[in-house]
Each structure stands twice: as structure tokens, then as C-alpha cells.
Design a protein around this ligand. Structure first.
Ligand code: SF4
Ligand code: FES
Length: 251
């Protein structure tokens, strides 16, 4: 669900440059995220905190790649690193794979109950963690996607990161029902580990401790979205709110 993107992710994209990925010479737009360049050439790189509509923040470090030529190489987050002329990139070197395994071990300690992390870790042969587990039921990996989506795409900033590690968590202001929340559920939809709970029952969506009445389509009667969300859309677009009372299928 994308309503608006507040700024260009990589605003300096200009002409094409030549670089090398896994020994193959390729062309790509200068300044584009290295992650996008690598993926554009059919190479898979795992990510947890990247979303194409958000400015990358390099939180999870799963997208790490190795740049440079031996012995002068280093590991960088490909999501936040720009594509440059002459770059020599390795996406699956021993160093890269070891770094990703380490990240997964850390994430297994941070979020032991997160199924996605267990699966990603198992796929890389990581079944245990050497790091301290604070909460065996934790599923949040602190990737920040929910907070950034709420702030930069929805534009309401109803949630934020509070405290420092190990007490860091996603919360509403003062941990109370957020007045700013419009009940859109974007935070829950974008969360890679399905941590943010919400329910929908008899025309009411409950999320972040608040109940939101859902607007029914005036043609078919199916529920569309919370009324607060439709009012938010109306404010953004300048259209009357009634414009949003008909669902996409009935338009
Ligand atoms: S709740 Fe989900 S999206 Fe938000 S920081 Fe935690 S894992 Fe990331
Ligand atoms: S996807 Fe690049 S650091 Fe998370």
C-alpha cells in the first residue's frame, strides 16, 4: 500500500557506469543503490529492512556484500551503498556468507520466536545462537520498517522506536492509544516477522489499542478501510471523503 514517497531514495542517479559483479562486467545507473543494481542482474541478496519505497537505512545488515580487490576489500551494506564506476563486487564470497550468518545469529538471539528468521537462518546452516536471549517469545527484529512506513509513506508518525538496546521497542507515544494513528495497518502489513497484532471483527479494526470503524462500500457493502484512513486520503488528495466510499471493484 503506497500513498506517497516523501523523497527520492537515491536522488543522484545519473549516467550509466561500468562495474564488476561476481566477475561479470555490467552497466548500471551511477548512484543507484548497489542492492538494486545487483538484483537487476538476477542475483539474489537477502534483505530484512529494505523496501523499494523507503529511503534505505541499513539497519539489518543482511544485504552485506564485499567490495574492492584482494587484499583491499571491505564489507558494506548494499542497500545504502551507491553504484559507482569501477566497483568490484562479490555478493557470495566466504566473508559475505560469514557476515550474513553472524547477522542471523544475532537476530536469532534478538527475535527467537520469529519464524522468518528461523527459516532464513536454517537456510544458511544457522540453527543455534551464541548470543544472549532476553525474551524467548520476542519476534521483533527492530528493523524499523513499520516506523519508517508510518512516517514516510503514510505520513502520520503514530509509532516510533523507544529506549536503547536491549530494551528498544516499537511503541506509540507514552505507550498509550495513539491519537495520530489512522488504523491503516500499513505497519502490520510491512512487518517482515508479523509482530504487530491487529484484528477485524464486525466492521471494526483494532490496532495499537484503538478501535477503528471500517467504512463499507456504498455499492457492494464490503468493508474498504477505516473511516479515519479515508479522511486522511481525502485530506492528502483534496477530494471529498465521499469519493472514497466506493471500493476499487465497484468503481
Ligand atoms: S514490529 Fe516488525 S516492522 Fe516494526 S521494527 Fe519490529 S520487526 Fe520491524
Ligand atoms: S537490507 Fe540493507 S541493511 Fe537491511
Amino acid at each position: 500500500m503506497v500513498w506517497r514517497v516523501s523523497e527520492e531514495v537515491f536522488p543522484t542517479i545519473s549516467e550509466e557506469v561500468i562495474l564488476t559483479i561476481n566477475g561479470i562486467t555490467v552497466r548500471a545507473p551511477q548512484g543507484q543503490s548497489l542492492l538494486v543494481t545487483v538484483r537487476d542482474h538476477g542475483i539474489d541478496i537477502p534483505t530484512l529492512c529494505y523496501h523499494s519505497d523507503l529511503k534505505p537505512e541499513g539497519q539489518c545488515r543482511m544485504c552485506v556484500v564485499e567490495i574492492g580487490e584482494w587484499p583491499r576489500t571491505r564489507l558494506v551494506n548494499s542497500c545504502t551503498y551507491p553504484t559507482e564506476a569501477g566497483l568490484v563486487v562479490q555478493t557470495h564470497s566466504e566473508e559475505v556468507l560469514a557476515a550474513r550468518r553472524m547477522v542471523l545469529e544475532l537476530l536469532r538471539a534478538q527475535a527467537p520466536a520469529a519464524e522468518l528468521i528461523k527459516q532464513m537462518a536454517a537456510a544458511m546452516g544457522v540453527y543455534e545462537t551464541r548470543f544472549k536471549i532476553s525474551d524467548p517469545e520476542e519476534r521483533c527484529i527492530l528493523c524499523g520498517l513499520c516506523v519508517r512506513t508510518c512516517r514516510d509513506i503514510v505520513g502520520v508518525s503514530a509509532i516510533s522506536m523507544a529506549s536503547r538496546t536491549p530494551a528498544k521497542e516499537v511503541v506509540t507515544p507514552f505507550k498509550e492509544a495513539s491519537e495520530a494513528c489512522i488504523g491503516c495497518g500499513s505497519c502490520a502489513f510491512v512487518c517482515p516477522t508479523d509482530v504487530i497484532p491487529y484484528t477485524e471483527k464486525e466492521g471494526v479494526r483494532t490496532i495499537w489499542g484503538r478501535n477503528f470503524e471500517l467504512q463499507a462500500c456504498t455499492v457492494c457493502g464490503n468493508y474498504i478501510a477505516p473511516q479515519y484512513q479515508l479522511e486522511h486520503w481525502a485530506k492528502i488528495t483534496g477530494d471529498p471523503v465521499e469519493m472514497f466510499f466506493v471500493c476499487r471493484d465497484c468503481r
